[in-house]
Ligand binder design. Structure first.
Ligand code: BG6
Length: 530
């Protein structure tokens, strides 16, 4: 494997002219990107640094115009200064004066308040001016970095101000951040209302996991290699584990988290997307509709957990104070914005079955949590054990050979982050006179195979949106299917709330509550340690 990868690295250095051609076609038309919620955290930490990185890499045409819109009164100059600091602090690529100069001339601010309906005229005139002077030609992206309750009123305002109607020669798109609804009913309602004003191809529901290189690589790994797909089914795979572990707590987002919890925050979107990509059927091409059709088919096949079974099919947890990566950290109930009696889950584990020919009988175990020992997102595919083992071992058995269940099963570990890469674990002979065997790893690491840094997820997604490519965005029906699965669990949980004293049930720095271990052990399986 190493040799093949070395070759791949060498090929990277000598660009394939065909692919270079494809790269050139990815330059979008000039457009104006309006960021609502421009004084917020996301704008500073992710959106502006991502747009800057695209500019630094020459991926944006010179006319691209960015208008920050928010309630805080600010001049263009003040906004530019704040965004410069944001880039200096958060950008993947260091700030370069020549790039910054060009970038800053396309950066504007429009004071905008939804409630008193203040600032829409200013925004409109800014956009018209950008069409005249910067060649944006009426192309607009409205990025809603606003709380969920603000989405519909804002969409409505823009529509009635005539800002969202696209013509044959220009586009108008809206990008909507998660959370997209808070259960199936609210997501259906949100989609229904948005569809009154926008066509589906104008709506870009963002899930930043889809922009991660290692997530896109799942598609390439599955569908550009011939050797894995024949094994990718119930016949060869015992079960799948998807883990999204975070060492961070809820930080300063206590209030939001009290409303959301781990199921809504991570499972409904990021984990469901990973599961859909991992389990979907091969798409016939890489067009947005084709890929999303396959993903939604997989989600539709997930057997909902009946609310009465929610407790036996899931584990809820909440962290207490403890030690994470050498620091003593407070418990969830001590975090700012959190009720001291909160019953909100910061950890969830569950088992889902997929009712189709590919996956029947191969469960998917999913788990996520805050304040776990480390940050690690990974997918583990555990293959079925050998049916019979002819090997003896240091363990004496009556038959003189190891029973099949004493031989570790093969694992394929797809590391989404950090240390992005793929490990195949298989059994090898330990050198020596005796026939001793043990597991070894074959590794692919992004860092050593490709000598360039991966772009941030938001870079890819913002560029795709400018290009009108919705492949890596969630379609209405995908979001609804993910909510169908999660809402059944939420209903079950609501009917059986945890006792006041059953939470917290894991210490910060542990792999979730003890119950989570027992949960998977019940099926004769173990969680993989990232
Ligand atoms: C966000 C969640 O969607 O994803 C956060 O709201 C979480 O709670 C974050 O921390 C994790 O993203 P990443 O890219 O760091 O894995």
């Amino acid at each position: 494997m190493t040799e093949v990868l070395t070759q791949a690295a060498a090929q990277e250095a000598e660009p394939n002219p065909l692919l270079e051609g494809l790269r050139l076609t990815r330059m979008p038309a000039p457009c104006a990107v309006v960021i609502f919620g421009a004084s917020g955290d996301l704008t500073q930490r992710k959106l502006i640094p991502a747009l800057y990185a695209l500019a630094a890499e020459g991926a944006l045409p010179p006319g691209v115009t960015i208008v920050g819109a928010a309630r805080t009164p600010m001049s263009d100059e003040q906004f530019r200064a704040a965004m410069r600091s944001a880039i200096e602090e958060h950008s993947r690529v260091p700030l370069r004066e020549d790039v910054w100069e060009g970038f800053a001339t396309g950066l504007f601010y429009a004071h905008f308040d939804l409630q008193p309906d203040d600032g829409l005229d200013l925004l409109k005139s800014r956009l018209d001016e950008s069409d005249r002077t910067r060649g944006t030609a009426g192309n607009r992206i409205f990025y809603f970095s606003v709380p969920p309750t603000g989405v519909l009123p804002l969409a409505d305002k823009l529509l009635h101000a005539g800002l969202c109607q696209q013509g044959p020669d220009n586009f108008r798109r809206v990008v909507i951040e998660k959370p997209f609804g808070r259960d199936l009913e609210s997501a259906l309602e949100l989609n229904r209302s948005l569809h009154e004003d926008f066509s589906e191809d104008q709506i870009y529901r963002i899930d930043h996991y889809l922009g991660k290189e290692s997530v896109q690589n799942l598609l390439v790994f599955r569908f550009a290699n011939g050797i894995f797909e024949p094994l990718w089914n119930r016949q060869y795979i015992d079960h799948v584990q998807i883990t999204v572990a975070e060492s961070l707590g809820v930080e300063n987002r206590g209030e939001y988290y009290e409303e959301a919890g781990a199921l809504r925050d991570i499972v409904q979107n990021h984990i469901m997307q990973l599961m859909a990509i991992l389990g979907m059927e091969p798409p016939s091409n890489f067009k947005a509709e084709t890929v999303r059709d396959e993903k939604v088919k997989l989600l539709r096949a997930v057997r909902p957990i009946h609310p009465d079974d929610a407790l036996s099919h899931t584990v809820r947890g909440q962290y207490a104070a403890g030690w994470v990566e050498g620091d003593h950290v407070p418990g969830y109930r001590e975090e700012p914005g959190v009720k001291p009696t909160s019953l909100r889950e910061t950890f969830v584990a569950m088992k889902l079955d997929i009712d189709n020919w590919r996956w029947a009988g191969t469960p998917f175990y999913l788990r996520t949590g805050k304040r776990l020992p480390k940050r690690a997102t990974e997918i583990v595919i555990q293959f079925r054990r050998v049916p019979h083992s002819p090997f003896g071992g240091h363990v004496a058995t009556p038959m003189g050979v190891l029973p099949p269940d004493a031989i570790d099963p093969n694992l394929l570990v797809l590391r989404i982050q950090p240390d992005e890469g793929i490990t195949l674990r298989f059994i090898a002979k330990v050198p020596g006179q005796a026939m001793r065997i043990r597991s070894v790893n074959m590794d692919f690491l992004y860092g050593s195979s490709f000598l360039k840094e991966s772009p941030d997820a938001y870079e890819r997604l913002l560029l795709d949106c400018m290009l009108g490519d919705a492949t890596l965005f969630a379609r209405a029906d995908e979001v609804e299917q993910a909510w169908r699965i999660c809402t059944a669990i939420l209903d079950g949980w609501r009917a059986h709330p945890p006792d006041q004293d059953s939470f917290p049930n894991y210490e910060a720095g542990a792999w979730g509550p003890e119950e989570a271990r027992a949960f998977i052990q019940r099926d004769g399986r173990e969680w993989h340690r990232p």
